[in-house]
Design a protein around this ligand. Structure first.
Ligand code: UDP
Ligand code: MG
Length: 318
């Protein structure tokens, strides 16, 4: 029988969880009563080193509700790695997972549709928002720019799909073969292959609390996504460097000719400008290469991506 585990990464979500937990348990109960998923299906809340009462809220819910599981990470490892911790923990316990954010901005009503598509044979079902009107203009603009930029750089991502998706057990096992530390799950999932399907929904507002993705985190997330999937930025800088080299050769030829005809080239401004320009470009290029070297350094240490402090589950009756 299909056992489903919904995986929810939670960071400082003490305000959102009391609203989220009953809704997700209801979703599970609903599908159990329709006979679509096993009675032992559950929601796994992963506490990503929150500094508020998130874990207490999860533990209390686990006492009362047989469909609530909890996973407490030893420290904050970020959304992607917290999600991965939950997915890897769930792999041995179930046949499929659905990952969703704790603020329920993603419409829970399509979970059933995802399960239907799983039953119909899909290994990966992407949740795609076809309406972002509840996001601020800024968020929409930056997010969409990001998807477009990723496309230019040749990384395959599903447009407007974040981390709301169903994965079959096979797909989860495949995902755990990707051992990188700078993990960008949504791009890996698109890359893996497998039979995929899509469900569409309208993205809502956060149910409580504040976004845990301020601009700084968003930018670093985008940067990670780009650099862990593409070497194109390095190629582009190399190409630019080569182009400028050619230009300077042409300029050298030009000034030599000018000298030959007795016209000394004048211009202090252009000299200073080009020095600054080339200096800046040099630093940028070195910095860019450094970013990749730094990534290699981090990966080479092969540190654990998360550490589980405690887990709370219920035994399955079937
Ligand atoms: N989150 C996490 N660890 C972090 C930051 C965020 O587990 O370090 C979780 C957070 O609790 C939420 C999800 O990631 O369930 C998405 O965060 P949020 O809703 O704040 O992002 P937004 O929707 O604003 O992009
Ligand atoms: Mg959110």
């Amino acid at each position: 029988m299909n056992r489903l585990i919904i995986v929810v990464p939670c960071y400082n979500e003490e305000e959102a969880l009391p609203l989220t937990i009953p809704v997700l348990s209801e979703v599970i109960n609903n599908m159990i009563s329709k006979g679509k998923i096993a009675k032992s299906s559950a929601v796994l809340y992963v506490n990503d080193g929150s500094r508020d009462k998130t874990w207490e809220v999860i533990a209390a819910a686990h006492e009362k509700d047989s469909h609530v599981f909890g996973l407490n990470l030893a420290g904050n490892v970020g959304h992607q790695n917290a999600l991965l911790a939950g997915l890897e923990f769930a792999t041995s316990l179930c046949d499929m997972t659905v990952s969703i954010d704790a603020d329920l901005q993603d419409d829970v009503n399509v979970i059933e549709e995802m399960v239907d598509k799983y039953i119909a044979g899909a290994d990966v079902v992407f949740g795609v928002r076809n309406d972002r009107t509840t996001d601020s203009f800024f968020k929409r603009f930056t997010a969409q720019g990001f998807y477009k930029f990723m496309k230019i750089l040749g990384t395959k991502t599903v447009y407007n799909h974040a981390d709301y998706r169903l994965l079959s057990r096979r797909a989860m096992e495949a995902l755990s073969l990707y051992q990188e530390r700078n993990i960008f799950i949504r791009a890996i999932v698109s890359k893996m292959g497998f039979v995929t399907d899509t469900v569409y929904y309208k993205r809502g507002e956060r149910n409580a609390g504040e976004s845990k993705y301020p601009l700084k985190k968003m930018l670093s997330f985008a940067w990670d996504g780009i650099t862990s999937f593409s070497n194109k930025p390095i190629n582009m800088v190399t190409g630019l460097g080569f182009f400028i080299l050619l230009c300077s050769l042409a300029a050298a030829v030009y000034s030599l000719c000018a000298h030959f005809f007795g016209q000394t080239a004048s211009g202090w401004t252009s000299l200073i400008l080009s020095i600054w320009f080339l200096g800046g470009l040099n630093l940028f290029a070195i910095g860019l290469v450094g970013q990749y070297v730094g990534k290699t350094y981090i990966e080479s240490k092969q540190r654990p991506r998360y550490i589980i402090e405690k887990s709370l589950t219920h035994d399955s009756e079937e």
